[in-house]
Design a protein around this ligand. Structure first.
Ligand code: GRF
Length: 226
């Protein structure tokens, strides 16, 4: 088990239900987890994740994009909250605003996102519909470092999920979501502990484990590598 010297302070950006946020909050309760959730910020007043964060005892703030005249003004308000909470790593978790290149550059190599496909395939919205229409038999989810292009950036970790006969968007998204809730805490642990490092436009992993257990969900790097 990794010896944690200092937990990195994490800010989580959400727009809705916040189930990935829940998974990060739950993981960060473990004393040996290398990150703590310092603040959750939602850009929509109806994001139910805000109440869930408060119920979990986490500072949670509404920064509504629609009351700000420009994207830059909205992002300045986000940064004010993030710096007040001394956030070191930012995690998008179902955050549905495109961020400006200036904001992305400010958080360069300190900013993660989760996307419900095996990137670089199926970037963008309506992912599961497009996966089903494509006939792909394996899909999954990806945690990556944020870059200015949407759903692009160095890949920290991925989990593969089967597409099953008779799948609907709801069934497939629920199966992928189960994997997301395991993958995101795992990826953040690797990143926060310095065991997943950005080198150029790729991630270099520093892992103890060998890939010996390929049980579902197939995950790379393997789950027990923290
Ligand atoms: C997840 O599928 C995530 O991959 C995508 O948006 C969804 C957010 O769900 N970026 P939740 O708000 O975490 O439940």
């Amino acid at each position: 088990m990794l010896e944690v010297t200092r937990r990195r302070r994490v800010g989580v950006l959400i727009s809705g239900r916040g189930s990935n946020m829940d998974a990060l909050i739950a993981a960060a309760r473990a004393p040996d987890y290398p990150a703590s959730i310092a603040v959750v910020i939602a850009n929509r007043a109806d994001a139910i994740g805000l109440d869930k964060a408060r119920d979990a005892g986490i500072a949670a703030t509404l920064v509504e994009h629609k009351i700000h005249p420009t994207r830059e003004a909205f992002e300045a308000a986000l940064n004010a909250v993030l710096s007040a909470h001394r956030v070191e790593i930012l995690c998008n978790a179902g955050f549905m605003r495109v961020l400006t290149p200036g904001f992305v550059e400010h958080w360069r190599d300190r900013h993660l996102n989760i996307h419900p496909s095996l990137l670089p395939g199926f970037k963008g919205l309506n992912t599961h519909e497009r996966v089903l229409a494509s006939g792909a038999l394996i899909t999954g989810c990806t945690v990556h470092v944020v870059r200015a292009d949407v759903d692009a950036g160095p890949i920290v970790a991925q989990a593969a999920v089967p597409v099953l006969a008779g799948d609907t968007v709801d069934r497939l998204s629920a199966r992928v979501m189960t994997a997301e809730h395991v993958l995101y805490p795992h990826a953040l642990a690797l990143f926060a502990s310095g065991r997943a490092k950005v080198v150029g436009e790729r991630i270099e992993h520093v892992l103890n484990a060998t890939i010996s257990d390929a049980s579902w969900p197939l995950m790379s790097p393997v789950l027990d590598s923290r």
